[in-house]
Design a binder for this molecule. Sequence first.
Ligand code: ZN
Length: 542
Amino acid sequence: MSNKFLRCFSILLIFALLSGLFPSQSSAQRGAGKNLKNDELKLDLLIQGGTVMNGSGSAPIKADIGIRGDRIVFIGKAAKLKVIAAKTINAVGMIVAPGFVDPHTHALEDLSNPKLSGNENYLMQGVTTIVTGNDGDGPVNIAETLERFEQHGIGTNAALLVGHGSVRRLVMGNGDDTPSVEQLAQMKNVTGQAISEGAFGMSTGLFYAPGSYAKTEEVIEIAKSVAEKGGIYDTHLRDEGSYSIGLLGSIRETIRIAREAKIPVHISHIKALGTDVWGQSGKVIRAIRQARASGLKVTANQYPYAASGTNLTAALVPRWAEAGGNEQLLERIKDTKLRPRLLVEMEANLKRRNGAEAILITRSRDRQLIGKTLGALALERKKSPVETALEIITNGGAGIASFNMSEKDIENFMKQSFVMTGSDGSTGHPRKYGTFPRKLREYVFAKKLISLPFAVRASSALTAETFNIPERGRLRVGYFADVIVFDPKTITDRATYEQPETLATGMKYVVINGKIAVDDGKYTGILAGRALRKSQQKPFQK
Ligand SMILES: [Zn+2]
């Protein structure tokens, strides 16, 4: 380069700096600055006077939030400017936070039903984005599912995971075989295609049929097709208790998948299931910390309840009896030669789940059963609990709440910086209506186990970052306007095991993509959510 050119360039650079091409303002001012004319700030919505927690986990600040269109355009003191806002929300005494992001739901059915697609149970908890398709059960036809959401509208934003169980079922049925080379290639193809269509990752349910028939090597191979496209691996562990390889064995399996498939892994609803493994949370946490220290991306989510939610078959019946599907299961139950072995193994599984009194029926075709424990039903029928369970399974099965966690383990997991809030919301369990407010009420305000900024981060930014959901999960100028306003004095869950479908209260305002979905504590009926598509990102290298 010639000297003359350099001189010319420096003059130009100085000129550019002086004329404000490279402004040195804070990002908040910068965002507002574009829209300022004589200190005038035009907004669609101003949220005024609240205590703002931006999702980072840092201390709150008093600030006003300005929204135009679907974006946050201002964070600061609006009083210093001439603000013209179409609508103002008075947030004095309230907490203003990023809309919560739920990494594990079973909302696909609700979102696919135009009558339920508002997702009101989540909106009233302050959840503005949900991930669904977990436990290996996610859809395979991602593009079609997202388009359907767009056609009828959805109340929250939604991101999908492709289910390993669904893919396996599609390619090789419900059998317990090992895939052939061709079948494995096909599963990789279908999974990779799902990520290209917009899924944020793949989920496995290695505890359930048919996921449990997959060996670790199969999962690693398929996960590679997700890793290539920058997706995440989300798992319901092969064993959360003492069924097969054990809780710690399953954690090690997940870490191995992370290492060999070179993929970020996410452990869903982390727990120590059953007295056999109570107290193992410390060891689990140490194993995860070690993996993280070695550079692997390992995270987890958790719901704040001592009971899990599943179905009677998955909880008690051994997987060999399910191989091939439900019809084969029913035949094996009738088979007098197999029945004794089945009963013995079911006894052992029932013990793992803390006995018949710890199993509460929450969902069944026979509504008489709902609200009763397996123990009570066995007494009524004058049969053993496992004989009773087989009777229920033969008559269509049942959803259950399974009381199998210790409070100490729950609290130990919750305090970890890599554990986020996830509802695992399923019909019949209060977590579908109460998870996020319950964590605040019980563990932030009552027990003071964690701070409010920590809980807000675990319910928003951490999840958006983990799942690579861009421009959401934080209050930041330029980000999508997913904002919640809640009263820390009144926020509470109201759903119980007896009344699981009771909406939470205390969430005053929920704004999604700039639109008000909850107004003064009531759902407006608006469908402002978006079907989110994963943009192709670079794979995670480790
Ligand atoms: Zn699960």
